[in-house]
Write a protein that binds this ligand. Structure first.
Ligand code: HEC
Ligand code: HEC
Length: 271
């Protein structure tokens, strides 16, 4: 038996099988590294080398994907320890003076008589971030934006310190009057909605999440609908947009009414 002889390249069978194997390897490489990557939409305009690098798992060094670049300003606000540090009485005092021009809408005590958001007792970081976002255009409202346009950094710090120092409207949810709303207390796990109360109070507060208790139902609903439509898009990582978009219109109504609930005396006192 001279078996090793049979593996010689002189043997036509060996030549054919080696040829077929190499051919298939080349074909697979062509499909995997060039044909399939080019089939991906974002790689259409990339160079051959970029396409090969990307398929091989190497960092893609081509042009940044302009199709996904934001065309509208997004929130640039970063909450730092300085933003959250305890405010000085001076800062609160300056804020009180500046707040005179906000009172016609947000109320002389930071509690609005109309459907403007209450600012009394709102977290400082929240007020500061919203003012920054109105000023930069990351959040837009025809009525509010002009009032933020000319605020300096210090103005925004002082206004936040002042409003945060005022007494906020309490959470008011008497059991007999109102069943806890499912979405607020339990969320909707199957749709990826964490309980509102886990960030907005009731259960827990996550820094950066606004105090919602006592806000008008109209305002709350408008904000949730604005997150759904994307008209409001200053929430970091689209956190609230994703939540609002997973909610049913009925849940939006329920959540708005839940947070707007206040004792009759408070409503009368504001009028
Ligand atoms: C002419 C009425 C008006 C005046 C004056 C006004 N605001 Fe507003 N403000 C609004 C409206 C309306 C909104 C809600 C905007 C929206 O729906 O997105 C708002 C929203 C805000 C918010 C966001 C609240 C939240 O919970 O997200 C802050 C903070 C705020 N205003 C601060 C101020 C400050 C500080 C001033 C004074 C420098 C001021 N506003 C003056 C009408 C006004
Ligand atoms: C994971 C935390 C988280 C959960 C859960 C959450 N929110 Fe929010 N929500 C936020 C943050 C953070 C903001 C502030 C967004 C920004 O930066 O403007 C916000 C903003 C809002 C606002 C705008 C308030 C204002 O005054 O500007 C409303 C209304 C709101 N959330 C309602 C809800 C409701 C209703 C639910 C439950 C279905 C919910 N949120 C669940 C974190 C959360």
């Amino acid at each position: 038996m001279n078996a090793p002889e049979r593996l010689s390249l002189r043997d036509p069978y060996v030549r054919i099988s080696v040829g077929v194997t190499v051919g298939m390897l080349l074909l697979t490489a062509l499909v995997a590294f060039i044909v399939l990557p080019y089939a991906q939409r974002e790689m259409e305009a990339a160079s051959l080398w970029d396409v090969i690098c990307r398929a091989a798992g190497l960092p893609f060094v081509g042009k940044p994907d302009t199709a996904q670049a934001p065309t509208v300003p997004t929130s640039q606000v970063v909450l730092t320890a300085a933003t959250l540090a305890k405010p000085s009485p001076d800062s609160i005092g300056r804020g009180a003076t500046l707040a005179q021009r906000c009172a016609m809408c947000h109320g002389p005590t930071g509690v609005s008589r109309a459907d403007f958001p209450n600012l009394a007792g709102q977290y400082r970081a929240v007020i500061y971030k919203q003012l920054r976002d109105f000023r930069s255009g990351a959040r837009v409202n025809a009525v509010m934006s002009p009032f933020a346009a000319n605020l300096s950094e210090q103005d925004m710090v002082d206004l936040s310190a002042y409003y945060a120092s005022l007494p906020r409207l309490p959470a008011y949810h008497p059991q007999q009057q109102q069943q806890p709303t499912r979405i607020v207390i339990y969320g909707a796990p199957t749709r990826g909605i964490a309980p509102c109360g886990a960030c907005h109070g009731s259960l827990d507060n996550k820094p950066g999440s606004p105090w919602l208790e006592g806000q008008s139902a109209v305002y709350l609903k408008v904000q949730l609908e604005a997150f759904v439509s994307g008209h409001r898009r200053n929430d970091i990582n689209a956190q609230m947009r994703n939540i609002a978009r997973a909610m049913t219109p009925q849940e939006i109504d329920e959540a708005a009414n839940y947070y707007a609930s206040q004792p009759v005396e408070t409503i009368n006192a504001a009028e």
